[in-house]
Design a protein. Sequence first.
Length: 379
Amino acid sequence: MNKNASVRVCHITTVHNVFDVRIFYRECVTLAKNGYEVYLIGTYNKEIYTNGVRIIPLPERRGRLFRFFIKDWIALVKSFKVKAKIYHFHDPELIPMGIILKLFGKKVIYDVHENISLQIATKNWIPPSVRTVISQVLFIIEKVALRFFDHIIVAGKDIKEQTHFKPFRYKISLLRNLPVVDIDESIMKAKKFDKIRFIYTGGMTKDRGILEIVKAANKIESDKFELFLIGTFKSIAFENRVKFFIRGSNRIRYISQLPYKQMFKFISKCHVGLICFKRTANNVGALSGRNNKIYEYLQSGLAVIGSNFPEWKKFIVGNKIGLVVDPDKVDEIADAMLYFINNPEQLKTMERNAKDLSYKYIWRNEQKILLDIYKELLK
């Protein structure tokens, strides 16, 4: 009998999709496979049991006011009803709920996906004039709250290096967003080079350099390439602007969304992954583990065109897996794409290097950190 079979644990999110890769596929499914009775409270239309995880639904109604003042408290009530031994929450707005659970004697884990203070600077729905104030308020709230929680999990090294995290490093663990899906070596032989296929997957936002990527593709006159964009837009205005530049092109394809495992199959047929993030404070530190994109590209044996931030350049150029560009310069992105189109042998070498490097960055190795945290909390 599995010794974890009677241990009920509960993950909570009011912001993320219940099938968020980090929350559902990496953490919840891993715990379920290791014998835990896993509940996930999150936005969905019905209660279901899938992949060993029981999803407890929250209302799908949209709106930040509803989320802040009603939905979060519905989540708290449902959390108490689960009667779990460990509660693991994923959104900074749930900090008050985490403290309440702790005050009732529960074991609580705070999972920090982003550098919150820096992330505020890219929130377009927050007026620029008050972003600094909000960032400072959140900093103070988080600083006070960290002392309450039994363990803090961070997705990137840059998060735990913040000054207010340092006093609690004894209970902080880095858990990187590494690929869950293992792509077999056979993909390297199966790739076709009739056309060079470039791909970007993830959020379709201005700070991810989507518009510059599309403009760069439009500058290339060669017909020996295709560009695929996979992800969802948060802004209708930005979506319309990007699609204006895509319109009429038979070399650029936009796909709104693919299931996680199906997306990997799609990526593995491509050759070059694009990660031309804009130079924001939050993006510069994304390679420290928070952003899973580059690791997914490596897993699928893709060369990379990335932003020329120092840490990114060291990783991409140093490992000979791709090229770096100024993300604001369309011509540089176009030249990098053209280099791979015109130099397929160099591309194949970088793809091989990427696949070889990928074996260092897989969830199968990383998951032990998560399991050890739970094991320690249950002692």
